[in-house]
Structure formats: structure tokens, C-alpha cells
Design a protein around this ligand. Structure first.
Ligand SMILES: [Zn+2]
Length: 183
């Protein structure tokens, strides 16, 4: 079996305790996701306070199209349309953080890893530190490995620190790739 080994550091259990509550909030932000197969959420934190939340959803014209034709969300024939038009959680959290000025002193919590496009958004927003959840990251379907590896290497090259929290988050449920699990 092929295994994926994303190049992300794991934080010590002692250090993890201060980050778990924010990862839990990022999982909770995902409860509002519009996607019916995979929920994703992200929060941006400054000085220990959440300044922004985001989740994957449809905006503008795409939202109108989904409202008029809900099959766009459920019919696998429209998967490509969905993937192309959904706004990812990280992008959404970064958009919502606008108005909070420069984000270089913030930390982004997103249980999963960013895709290639979201990595660009992170760089544009000057975010330099990110935490994810190992148990979810290791569930990443093979079709995403390439995009995630590219995102990770781009972020590394620009000195963004990427970390994973290992172990149980507790108090949340999460829908990922059609599977409900308890992080
Ligand atoms: Zn993305």
C-alpha cells in the first residue's frame, strides 16, 4: 500500500494543549459547510482570540445556481462544477479576516491541509504559522496528495511554519469524504 508522508512537523503533547481548543473551533466552523461530502472549517487567531472563521461554501452566482438546482451538490455528475465553484474554508477565513489589517501576526487553524490555491491565499495574506490535525491529514484521499504536497512545499519555501497536532480533539464530529467521524 502506498503511504502519504506529508512534510509537516508534529508538536509535542505539552505544546498541543494550547492549540487543541482552536482546532476544535475550526472543526466547529465546518458545521456550516455547504458541501455534503466533506466539511472543512478554519479559524484565524491573533493573541489568543479568534478574529475570523471560515468554511467551504458557495458565494455569489455559484450560490444562486446551487439554490436553483440543489442537485449540483448531490449528483456526482456535477462534482467538477462543485470543486470549481466552492470557496474553500481557508480562503473564506482569510476573506472574513480582511479589515483586521496585516495578518502576519496571526495563526491559522485548519484541521486538514491546504490545497495549492489556498496556499497562495495564505502567502498573499502573509500568514506564517498554521496548525492542522494529524488524524484528519492522514485521511487525505490519494487524489489530493499532489495538490497538498505542492501546497506544503510552496509554504515551506516561503518560511511558513506548518504543524500537526496529534491525538484526540474531543467534543466535535466531522464529515470527511462521506464519512462521519469523531476527531
Ligand atoms: Zn483550498
Amino acid at each position: 500500500m502506498v503511504e502519504w508522508n506529508p512534510d509537516i512537523k508534529i508538536v509535542s503533547p505539552e505544546e498541543a494543549t494550547q492549540h487543541i481548543p482552536f482546532l476544535r473551533e475550526a472543526y466547529r466552523a465546518a458545521y456550516d459547510s455547504h458541501d455534503l461530502v466533506t466539511h472543512t472549517g478554519a479559524v484565524i487567531v491573533r493573541n489568543g482570540l479568534i478574529i475570523s472563521r471560515g468554511y467551504n461554501h458557495f458565494q455569489g452566482e455559484a450560490k444562486k445556481e446551487v439554490d436553483a438546482n440543489p442537485a449540483l451538490l448531490t449528483d456526482p455528475a456535477h462534482k467538477e462544477w462543485k470543486n470549481k465553484n466552492i470557496t474553500h474554508a481557508e480562503r473564506s477565513a482569510i476573506q472574513n479576516a480582511r479589515g483586521n489589517g496585516d495578518l502576519s501576526d496571526t495563526i491559522k487553524y485548519m484541521p486538514w491541509v491546504p490545497c495549492r490555491d489556498c496556499a497562495d491565499d495564505v502567502l498573499k495574506a502573509s500568514i506564517t504559522k498554521m496548525y492542522g490535525h494529524k488524524e484528519l491529514i492522514m485521511k487525505t484521499p490519494e487524489r489530493w496528495w499532489k495538490s497538498c504536497d505542492e501546497a506544503i512545499s510552496i509554504l515551506r519555501k516561503e518560511d511558513v511554519d506548518l504543524y500537526m497536532i496529534e491525538g484526540r480533539i474531543g467534543g466535535v464530529e466531522h464529515l470527511f469524504n462521506g464519512e462521519l467521524w469523531y476527531p
